[in-house]
Ligand binder design. Structure first.
Ligand SMILES: C[S@@+](CC[C@H](N)C(=O)[O-])C[C@H]1O[C@@H](n2cnc3c(N)ncnc32)[C@H](O)[C@@H]1O
Length: 227
């Protein structure tokens, strides 16, 4: 079967891991997620799901802090890398699994679901709707979602998803390397908040954040299911 455009990160991770044995995204967890977990009352028994964990920078940090977390990504290479890093860090590698959240469902609901820099990869309206549906369908009644995307709330951008697997030059440390282009869609605050509303998710808070590693500016939204 043909690969979907949003699977292009699998190529990028393989290209970087095989030639450099280093993570594409670095090892810097975002302080935002832990701050939000604390603010909304997470403890060591709260169930937490990360969507699109990539190379595990946030998930491994939170597992080391004893949070009850599971982390998923559509990229088998990302999950292979996470399991290896989990072994090195001394946390459970079984917490990581491969899943395309746009085409799968889990028989479980969570107290917290978070996602960092994943939604902006979804270019098609239908895929973005599926992302929000997955979040709503997997939150417990009072569960909270923290969704972080690239953007400043004003700029808009939509890349051509047919080019996601093409090679592009990208900075990597002090070098420029060739990796899969991947995809990107940036939306305004108005569009972003409308997407939550359309999915019957109530936004409790939203703000710009400069601390998400790899991005000059990110949009953070905290939401729960509409009652
Ligand atoms: C820009 S990376 C961000 C990774 C990580 N969250 C971070 O902050 O470094 C986007 C990630 O979303 C994953 N992804 C894209 N579409 C997905 C889907 N449908 N289901 C699960 N993961 C997905 C990609 O494989 C990639 O690892």
């Amino acid at each position: 079967m043909d690969k979907k455009y949003y699977e292009a990160y699998d190529d990028r991770y393989k290209q970087v891991h095989q030639s450099h044995n280093k993570p594409w995204a670095g090892y810097r967890p975002s302080p935002t997620i832990e701050k939000l977990l604390k603010k909304y009352g997470a403890n060591s028994s709260s169930s937490i799901l990360e969507i699109g964990c990539g190379e595990g920078q946030n998930a491994i940090y939170l597992l080391q802090k004893n949070y009850n977390l599971e982390a998923s990504d559509v990229s088998p290479e990302a999950i292979r890398w996470c399991k290896e890093q989990a072994r090195i860090a001394g946390v459970e590698e079984d917490r990581f699994f491969v899943m395309d959240i746009l085409n799968n469902h889990l028989d479980k609901k969570y107290d917290f679901i978070f996602s960092v820099a994943v939604l902006h990869m979804l270019v098609d309206d239908k895929d973005r709707r599926e992302f929000f549906n997955f979040v709503r369908n997997h939150l417990k009644g009072t569960g909270k979602a923290f969704i972080v995307v690239m953007g400043d709330g004003k700029m808009t951008r939509k890349t051509d998803s047919t080019k996601a697997f093409e090679l592009s030059d990208r900075p990597f440390g002090d070098k420029t390397i060739q990796v899969a282009t991947t995809s990107c869609r940036m939306v305004t605050w108005e569009q972003y908040l409308q997407e939550f509303e359309d999915a019957n998710l109530k936004v409790l808070d939203h703000y710009l954040d400069k601390t998400i590693s790899g991005f000059a500016m990110s949009m953070v939204a905290v939401a729960e299911k509409e009652k």
